[in-house]
Design a protein around this ligand. Structure first.
Ligand code: ADP
Length: 325
């Protein structure tokens, strides 16, 4: 039986954090054995906020290294950067002509920025349309993402329906795959973990930085002897991500039975996190010393992705009437 295709990506815009990892990236690693997996680095999208040549180059390599370090296997996964397949932007233009301003004005990235009176570039406004192109050029059936992406995938489905109704069946409507219990990972302050809220714990932070982050998580003034409900603490919701069943039972007991101070609980949580992330961090250091290997993986990925996307684009060009025979 042929495998279903899954596709997803993460922007090269800064440190990959545990919200990204547990919300989306871990699912990619878990799914790579059973699905035809395409993971791309959306550098065209990143250009909305990263407008510095050296920084862009560094962030692209950084995210590629990170993706390999968390366990994506280049033998199983097609890993590439978006700008190596320029027909994403061609498909985006065609979809732009089928998409209305009011549709895009519902986009939450646009609305958030508008509400904060920020300058909204055409790129930011159009982000969901380029994202639709990213997905549908590969006939991806499944898109594993965090909850914040649900709306964008719904917009992709609308664009597919519009195109198929206008020009005939061409694209598949993709499904978002969102794991309920990790759809929105929260940060130290109890809000969604996000680069824009400054509350992230980077996966590749050092052990000391991890300790500092955990120390900074606010607790309350309850007495050490009091019984506490772990589910009320951001510290617990972060820590449980790193726990197997036995570790979770042990951690809950520290809250529920009383008698353990917050300082000791935090020390315990810091070791849980550092133990979990240590192998990935070590792998990252190895990869940093083998940049040619990483570049080669991206090159091979781009070749495979281009073959698929270009064939699809040819079909699209024919359907809209651009290929005169
Ligand atoms: P992009 O904008 O390319 O999606 P992000 O860095 O915003 O890049 O996110 C990458 C992935 O991580 C997305 O699938 C997103 O839904 C997921 N994600 C980001 N923050 C969180 C969070 N706090 N909880 C769960 N998933 C998250």
């Amino acid at each position: 039986m042929t495998q279903q295709r899954m596709l997803s990506g993460i922007k090269p815009t800064g440190d990959m954090h545990i919200g990204n990892y547990f919300g989306a990236l871990k699912q990619w690693v878990d799914m790579q054995d059973d699905y035809d997996t395409f993971i791309f680095i959306p550098d065209y999208h990143a250009l909305i906020s990263v407008q510095d040549k050296e920084k862009m180059e560094r962030l692209i390599m950084d995210v590629a290294i990170n993706l390999l370090a968390i366990g994506l296997d280049p033998e199983k996964v097609t890993l590439y950067k978006q700008s190596d397949v320029p027909c994403h932007t061609e498909a985006c233009w065609i979809f732009n002509c089928l998409t209305t301003m009011p549709q895009l004005m519902r986009g939450h990235a646009f609305k958030d920025n508008e509400a904060k009176n920020k300058d909204v570039s055409v790129g930011l406004f159009d982000y969901p349309v380029l994202q639709a192109a990213d997905i549908v050029l590969y006939d991806a059936q499944l898109v594993p993402v965090g909850e914040d992406q649900r709306q964008h995938i719904e917009m992709t489905r609308e664009i597919v329906r519009k195109f198929n109704n206008t020009f005939g069946d061409t694209f598949i409507e993709p499904q978002a795959v969102i794991k309920e219990e990790v759809g929105t990972i929260i940060g130290s302050d109890g809000q969604k973990m996000s680069k824009s809220y400054g509350n992230t714990l980077p996966v590749f932070a050092s052990e000391t930085e991890t300790e500092k982050y955990i120390k900074s998580v606010p607790m309350d003034s309850k007495d050490i002897s009091e019984v506490k409900n772990p589910d009320e603490y951001p510290l617990y919701s972060i820590a449980k991500l790193f726990c197997n069943e036995a570790q979770d039972t042990e951690l809950r007991a520290m809250f529920e039975q009383g008698g353990v101070g917050y300082g000791d609980i935090k020390k315990h949580v810091t070791s849980l996190i550092n133990d979990y992330l240590r192998p990935m961090r070590a792998r990252r250091t190895e990869l940093e010393n083998d940049l040619d290997l990483v570049k080669n993986i991206l090159k091979k990925g781009a070749e495979k992705a281009s073959n698929i996307a270009n064939a699809k684009m040819k079909e699209v060009r024919e359907k809209v009437g651009f290929e005169i025979k």
